[in-house]
Design a protein around this ligand. Structure first.
Ligand code: TXA
Ligand code: MG
Length: 317
């Protein structure tokens, strides 16, 4: 596997039907030619991702949508003009050109325009869009640096484009339309408040777990160590007898391994630091992770969503 910044090399691998690690502003992706089912199949194999979990198709220009989707609602156009390129994915009715493996057989396809210079350059060099999930083994924390990608998928990808650390650090926010009404499927790197400022209120339909047989998927976006969410003082008292790590918003807690995500209390900075902190705690000499509940506003909603999914015992809220 090679790490580099050569867009021509990355493009050559992709044209040959191979996979390439790509930087985006949200997280690193594992990309393949979205219109080539054989290439896309390798994504599922390398990630050990179940075939029922559909991929996001990445474009560099809105004109590419004509080939991919049959209809773009006015609200979707408005969101694209405000937030693309950026951390927003739109779910729209698909054309027959999009292979079923990309959408897991769904009649819709998820599309987004990433905000990263190298990946936009790469997309412009290709005459096909790129299907790309986050570049992590299925169920694990998404990668926000090239080192995270190499650590986990280094042996199975010929080339990773090094675009530096991800500026946003959380996966894109996903919006679709049901009976003409906008619906939130995943909170992410674009705050729902910003979306609502453009198209008005958005109904939330965030699934806690993927639609699978009960017990198949206990958690998602998860570190390997048990993670408990709640009042950290109380959690520290409950886990006093073992070495623990803490994910805190702005506080620094003495006497334990503590990842403070933003001392100045900035949720954007906290989001950027979350996944790397989760990985460091996974590697630290501790037995479990205790995480604070973040303010339920702006990117705090997406941070809480990821921590909830990562928590050892999925809790109802
Ligand atoms: O920021 C991101 O979105 C990153 C970067 C690489 O672009 N990608 C990413 O992909 O997070 P992934 O595969 O880890 O998550 C894609 C999710 C799926 O799990 C599914 O929930 C949703 O997108 N999705 C894809 N197609 C969909 C569809 N047709 N309808 C509803 N949800 C869909
Ligand atoms: Mg993912």
């Amino acid at each position: 596997m090679t790490i580099g910044t050569d867009v021509a090399v990355a493009a050559a691998w992709l044209r040959r039907g191979a996979l390439v690690g790509i930087p985006t502003e949200t997280v690193y992706g594992l990309a393949a030619n979205a219109l080539d089912p054989e290439a896309v199949l390798q994504i599922f194999a390398v990630k050990q991702r179940p075939a029922f979990d559909p991929l996001i198709v990445h474009v560099h220009h809105q004109d590419q949508l004509a080939e991919l989707v049959t209809h773009v609602p006015d609200e979707a156009r408005a969101l694209m003009s405000h937030f693309w390129p950026g951390p927003l994915t739109l779910v729209l009715p698909k054309t027959t050109r999009v292979p079923d493996i990309v959408t897991s057989g769904l009649p819709s396809v998820a599309v987004r325009m990433p905000r990263h210079r190298l990946t936009l350059e790469l997309l412009r060099a290709l005459d096909f869009p790129l299907a790309a999930p986050s570049a992590n083994p299925f169920g694990y924390v998404s990668p926000t640096t090239v080192a995270h990608v190499v650590d986990q998928l280094g042996d199975s990808v010929p080339y990773v484009l090094d675009g530096g650390p991800c500026a946003v650090g959380l996966e894109s926010t996903i919006i679709g339309w049901e009976d003409g009404v906008p619906v939130l499927y995943r909170p992410g790197g674009l705050a729902v408040e910003d979306i609502e400022a453009v198209i008005g209120s958005v109904r939330s339909n965030v699934r806690q777990v993927l639609p699978v047989a009960p017990g198949m998927l206990e958690s998602h976006y998860a570190p390997r160590k048990p993670l408990f969410r709640g009042d950290v003082k109380q959690l520290l008292a409950e886990h006093a007898e073992r070495p623990v790590g803490v994910i805190a918003f702005r506080r620094r807690i003495e006497g334990v391994v503590c990842e403070t995500l933003s001392e100045r209390g900035d949720l954007i900075e906290a989001a950027r630091n979350l996944f790397a902190a989760m990985r460091r705690l996974d590697a630290a000499e501790i037995e479990c992770v205790l995480a604070e509940v973040f303010p339920d506003e702006g990117l705090g909603r997406a941070i809480n969503d990821r921590l909830r999914r990562a928590s050892f015992v999925p809790e109802a809220e």
